[in-house]
Design a binder for this molecule. Structure first.
Ligand code: ARG
Ligand code: ZN
Length: 882
């Protein structure tokens, strides 16, 4: 059953168009209990440049062929070869269109990979990106084959009153017995990965939207029965996304209906199928009692992201999967901009940068490193990565910085105009900005091709009223071996006076061009000299993180403390403080490792306290500033020979130091930020107040001698955000206490039947810092509510532990590694994609100390030596070990 590894590598340089074009697809899908029958009429035509005898070779994956006709006549046995993963047909017409009818029989109930057609809680649904359509029918299943589709669905009315596919609804009606049908037509040519159908007993939440040019669109979000009231925020986010894309990019929706379906079992976040987005219900269902503020923000982002794909992904798609960042990087950039406009720009930027450093930097600096536009892959599903998505978004942002807002918008307009209806490449995309900005982006393009995080080193010299900045960039030769040429780095900066004002930038000499507040560094080294007068300014460099680099700025501690207090650029304040805290925790951890007691710089602790209560800053920003870096973040700052126990002790110590300095003030602040008995509101300002209260809670709680006050806070919480921050603090700070046990039990009893909340319950315990964590994990694994069959549940427990419990996963005796490896082996038999994704938790194994490295390697090799591994998992394991 399983696709076992065949070692086959797909290469960009081998790209060539298909021999045949597909103009149109007509499908009849009969859904029954236990089976589905699919009849697909594919209208094909040999391309003029194709030889007259070339056979048609269609992709399949675990398919069973039940019929094959050419223009209505059965195809004879000599004319074709069919295997589960390929259908070859010979002797097809030399010119003109012909119709090939392909019949297949599927078993959605036993499809545990969740690719192709499967059933989730009884609902029939599909996931076709990247290569799932070939699990439904034999096809030219690649993104550069664009066709119109008309789909007829037939099912039992009782089990599937709702029948959906892409495009607009055409007709529907009754059939013999208890069955019915519906026909959908999608007039926009699309690649097969955007195909979708859904059938089931679902509840609709309906609304309408009128586009700028007056098209009246029916919006529907379908949920499982009885849950549609939890989709109201998602609906609101959808309408705001539609307005935003019209205003910001002039992009309108282009069908009469827009449907979203929320389902329980889904490998990823969501999918942008044309006119029929399918979502992991985690990114649709919300209410104050079950969802946190970050869940609300996540829903808003993902709803926007999938909607924005309608233009960046669907109308303009990718020529091949190497171009994945063309749609994903660009669409992440768009959803980030949307959130920045809807909420707070600095807060959004800081969160994005924080996420980039936590996810993308380790990927780019470890064995899974690859360029944003890769040139080879074994399993494309393993390239839906932080590098393609988040670093891809950073590259689009840099284009905007380099061109300026206006030229950037013209470049986007040109891209939409020129490539609408096409399958495009990164080169096509860049050319639009070169023309719009009348500039050469060939050096900039290296960002797409060279893997790794470059280092930017800044050296300052101040002498006689002149400030010299020496900028050096360096890209270490990485595993991907993709080159180390200097990049075009846009470096936004400011020179700040001691009064906290940006000074006018007056360069007197320079080896790099400066435009406004942006330095264009294009060489490996450049010196810039500024006339600054008698007072040495504070250098606020790489503002808004204008390039995705590791910054080495040997800035005096005193200057950083000053910037943390007064940089007019909020990002600059956050970064100055974060750098100080990071340095403090790094050296505290190293002291712990060496058995010397750690010390905590009182000036840094005081800076943290001051930013928490700085009324000039919005609470959400203060929350980000006062939160100590997490254990994995400290590990990254250390980089090698990591000792997670020392890091854990050092971070605890810092929290205590913070509590000692700020405890009473934090309590006062928390009380003043409380909304009291006011009804819950999900807006950004209210969420920001809750975020600051939550950020201060650990420091307040660690100072208390008992868990009782925290338990009271847990019991009194009137929304999930407050409840979860209280119970997390209990689990983290009072792991063995009766109060923690009672809180976990109460939480379980209350939310036992709510899958999304139960996931939180599993994750809470997976991240608990108890010494017997592996044993606790095994008990949770045996819990009746645990299943590997649901990706969210598997991620909650296994991912929660492997990525959220640094000490437990990286236990020196290797028990954490072995336990996770064992789960991955089991999960791989059901769902290779999710197993492979979870396996990336091992990506930094070489950074730990020797005993841990040895243990991790042994666990990885043991798993890799199994002979029944999927291509997905074996690809990740091979690269992680390589
Ligand atoms: N295109 C989707 C999104 O980012 C992701 C789907 C990826 N699915 C997969 N099986 N690789 O919105
Ligand atoms: Zn996407």
């Amino acid at each position: 059953m399983l696709r076992t590894d065949d070692g086959h590598i797909i290469r960009l340089e081998d790209y060539r168009p298909t021999d045949f074009a597909i103009h149109h697809v007509e499908m009849l899908v009969r859904l029954m209990e236990g089976a589905a029958e699919v009849v697909t009429d594919i209208t094909l035509e040999r391309r003029p440049e194709t030889s007259e005898t070339a056979p048609l070779v269609l992709d399949g994956d675990e398919l069973v062929l039940t019929g094959l006709h050419l223009n209505g006549e059965p195809v004879t046995a000599e004319q074709f070869d069919a295997s589960p993963d390929q259908l070859t047909v010979r002797g097809l017409p030399a010119r003109g269109r012909f119709v090939l009818r392909v019949e297949t029989r599927l078993s959605p109930e036993t499809n545990t990979q969740l690719m192709g057609l499967y059933r989730s809680n009884g609902v029939w649904c599909t996931q076709c990106e990247a290569e799932g359509f070939r699990r439904i029918t034999y096809f030219l299943d690649r993104p550069d084959v664009l066709a119109t589709y008309r789909v007829r669905l037939e099912a039992d009315r009782a089990s599937a009153p709702v029948l959906l596919a892409n495009g607009n609804p055409m007709e529907s009606g009754e059939l013999d017995g208890s069955r019915h049908f519906a026909v959908w037509d999608d007039p926009h040519p699309k690649p097969s990965y955007l195909f979708a159908l859904v059938a089931g007993d679902l509840d609709p939440l309906e609304d309408r939207f009128t586009t700028a040019s007056g098209r009246n669109v029916k919006l529907v979000i379908f949920t499982e029965k009885g849950l549609s009231h939890r989709a109201t925020y998602a609906m609101d986010a959808l309408k705001r996304s539609m307005v935003w894309d019209e205003r910001r990019f002039g992009r309108e929706y282009d069908l009469d209906v827009f449907n979203i379906v929320a389902i329980s079992d889904f490998n990823m976040g969501a999918m942008e199928n044309k006119g029929l987005n399918v979502f992991n219900h985690k990114y649709v269902l919300l209410d104050p009692d079950t969802a946190t503020d970050s869940d609300y923000a996540g829903v808003e982002t993902v709803i926007a992201h999938e909607y924005f794909h309608n233009w960046t992904g669907n109308r303009i798609t990718c020529r091949d999967w190497f171009q994945l960042c063309l749609k994903e990087g660009l669409t992440v950039y768009r959803d980030q901009e949307f959130s920045a406009d809807e909420r707070s720009r600095p807060v959004k930027r800081i969160s994005s940068v924080h996420g980039l450093k936590a996810q993308q930097f380790p990927e780019d600096q470890g064995p899974l490193q690859h360029p944003v536009r890769p040139t080879r892959y074994r399993e494309i599903n393993n390239f839906y990565t932080a590098t393609v998505y988040e670093k891809g978004a950073e590259l689009v942002r840099m284009i905007e910085t380099i061109l300026g807002a206006e030229n950037f918008r013209s470049g986007m307009d040109l891209y939409f105009e020129r490539h609408d209806g096409e399958a495009a490449t990164i080169e096509d995309f860049l050319r639009c900005f070169e023309e719009a900005g009348d500039t050469d982006l060939s050096q900039f393009a290296l960002w797409y091709h060279q893997a790794g995080t470059p280092t930017l080193t800044i050296t300052e010299q101040y002498d006689g009223g002149q400030l010299t900045l020496i900028l050096e960039q360096d890209l270490a030769k990485g595993a991907a071996g993709t080159g180390t040429h200097p990049f075009h780095m846009p470096i936004r900066f400011g020179l700040v006076s001691r009064a906290g004002e940006d000074l006018a930038i007056e360069p007197v000499a320079g080896e790099a061009e400066i435009e406004g507040d942006v330095i264009h560094l294009t060489t490996s080294r450049a010196e810039l000299v500024f006339e600054v007068g008698g007072e040495r300014p504070l250098v606020s460099i790489l503002r808004d993180f204008s390039a995705p680099v590791t910054l080495r700025h040997d800035q005096p501690r005193e200057a950083r403390l000053a910037l943390a207090a007064l940089d007019p650029n909020p990002f600059g304040r956050w970064r100055a403080l974060t750098d100080l805290t990071g340095d403090m925790l790094r050296s505290a951890s190293l002291s712990e490792t060496e058995g010397r007691g750690a010390t905590y710089d009182p000036a840094v602790i005081e800076a943290l306290c001051r930013s928490a209560s700085d009324e000039a800053l919005e609470p959400a920003l203060r929350a980000l500033m006062v939160t100590l870096p997490g254990e994995p973040e400290i590990a990254r700052l250390i980089g090698s020979e990591i000792d997670p126990e020392a890091i854990h002790r050092a971070r605890r110590g810092a929290l205590r130091a913070l509590a000692e300095a700020g405890g009473p003030e934090f309590e006062r602040l928390r009380a003043s930020l409380s909304d009291g008995s006011a009804p819950f509101s999900a807006d950004a300002a209210s969420a920001g107040r809750r975020a600051l209260r939550a950020a201060l809670l650990p420091a307040v709680a660690i100072a208390q001698t008992s868990a009782a006050p925290l338990f009271a806070e847990f019991e009194q919480a009137s929304n999930m955000t407050d409840r979860l921050s209280a119970i997390s603090a209990l689990v983290q700070l009072f792991p063995g206490s009766d109060e923690t046990r009672s809180a976990l039990d109460a939480f379980y009893r209350r939310f036992e039947s709510d899958a999304l909340v139960l996931d939180k319950w599993f994750t809470l315990q997976a991240t608990a810092p108890s010494d017997g964590s592996v044993e606790a994990m095994e008990r949770l694994r045996q819990h009746p509510k645990f299943t590997l069959g649901n990706p969210n549940r598997a991620r909650a427990l296994i991912g929660g532990f492997a990525s959220g419990n640094q000490r437990g996963f990286n236990r020196a005796d290797g028990a954490g590694y072995r336990w996770v490896a064992e789960q991955l082996g089991e999960l791989d038999r059901l769902n290779p994609q999710t197993a492979a994704r979870l396996a990336t938790a091992f990506r930094s194994w070489r950074s730990f100390d020797a005993p841990r490295r040895a243990a991790a390697e042994a666990a990885l090799r043991d798993l890799a030596s199994r002979n029944d591994l999927s291509r997905d998992l074996s690809d990740i394991l091979t690269r992680t070990l390589g």
